[in-house]
Design a protein around this ligand. Structure first.
Ligand SMILES: NC(=O)c1ccc[n+]([C@@H]2O[C@H](COP(=O)([O-])OP(=O)(O)OC[C@H]3O[C@@H](n4cnc5c(N)ncnc54)[C@H](O)[C@@H]3O)[C@@H](O)[C@H]2O)c1
Length: 298
């Protein structure tokens, strides 16, 4: 029975994962390297819970109970010692994740399941630094976690049937739909999504059409809720580039080579919403979608 869950990393995904587990009655230990990040995460969770209350999808009592279910820690050792499951959602960096999983293996109870929310790093490689490969699995939530229904459950080479079954059932207990996939570069979600985003960037790079036109074709023609260039800005262009590199390296197929325009934009610091500019430019507080000056037609 999974009751106590530790979440490593309290950024965009970690706070959403903590929020969701806590809302469904699990005891959550949220762990980050600094207290400021943890305080910000609690503020974000409170704001998001307030939104649910104002939409009447949650009561004030449920909001209070959810917040009471979350404790914060700055030490992995302290935060995971009683956990049944650890969900790692720290920065997407392979060396960092390998170090964290070594620490988790040393400090978490021997029967605890270790899950990673990585977008692209091999679960098999992560499992290999632990002594419990059968209990290491990918639990890939989508952003924003409290809203998005999918959990991509990734089986590493050594992941057992028992571990997979527990994580599938646990995802259902969060009213999500889990989908089981095998551990190959990009899993399923990013293997399909990233080549589409890359192709949209190539279409812009080659002058086939502008930013607005490309996104409008995909929104109105294919009923996508947002165009691929806007979605790339939302995900972060550095993240898109990193995932394309994983696909390119992992399969050795030139079809995954990142578009040179994407490489240049990341090098120039234009990484999308988080830096204020990508394919669009973003003004705090404004919801208007404005094409970045660089891509405006003269
Ligand atoms: N952002 C997305 O849309 C998205 C979607 C799916 C999966 N992911 C994956 O989720 C993970 C987290 O992404 P994010 O967007 O939340 O990143 P983020 O940068 O918002 O947050 C990462 C957090 O990890 C913390 N951290 C770094 N090292 C740590 C350590 N040693 N111990 C504890 N905490 C540590 C940082 O302080 C930061 O608060 C990544 O693996 C990413 O690929 C992201």
């Amino acid at each position: 029975m999974i009751k106590k869950i530790s979440v490593i990393g309290s950024g965009t995904m970690g706070n959403g994962i903590a929020h969701t587990f806590a809302q469904f009655g699990y005891e959550v230990n949220l762990i980050d390297i600094n207290q400021v990040a943890l305080d910000q995460a609690l503020q974000t969770i409170t704001k998001n819970l307030d939104r649910q209350v104002s939409k009447a999808t949650l009561t004030e009592t449920q909001k209070t109970e959810t917040l009471n279910n979350i404790k914060t820690y700055t030490s992995i050792e302290e935060g995971v010692k009683n956990a049944d499951l650890i969900v790692e959602a720290a920065t997407e960096n392979v060396d960092l994740k390998l170090k964290i999983f070594k620490d988790l293996d040393a400090h978490a109870p021997a029967d605890a399941i270790l899950a990673s929310n990585t977008s692209s790093i091999s679960i098999t490689q992560i499992a290999a630094v632990t002594n419990r490969g059968d209990k290491v699995i990918g639990m890939h939530f989508m952003n924003p976690v409290p809203v998005m229904k999918l959990v991509e459950v990734i089986r590493g080479y050594q992941t057992s049937d028992a571990t997979t079954k527990i994580i599938m059932q646990l995802s259902e207990s969060l009213q999500k739909t889990p989908v089981e996939v095998n551990d190959y570069p990009g899993f399923v979600a990013n293997r399909i999504l990233m080549p589409m985003i890359n192709e949209a960037i190539y279409t812009l790079f080659e002058g086939v059409a502008g930013v607005y036109e490309i996104d409008t074709v995909m929104k109105l023609g294919m009923a996508h809720p947002m165009g691929p260039l806007q979605l790339a800005d939302f995900i972060g262009l550095d993240i898109c580039l990193a995932i394309l590199k994983v696909l390119h390296d992992g399969f050795g197929n030139p079809k995954y080579a990142p578009c040179p325009l994407l490489v240049n934009m990341v090098a120039a610091g234009k990484k999308g919403i988080k830096t204020g500019e990508g394919f669009y430019q973003y003004t705090p507080g404004s919801k208007e979608l404005v094409v970045a000056n660089k891509f405006k037609k003269s």
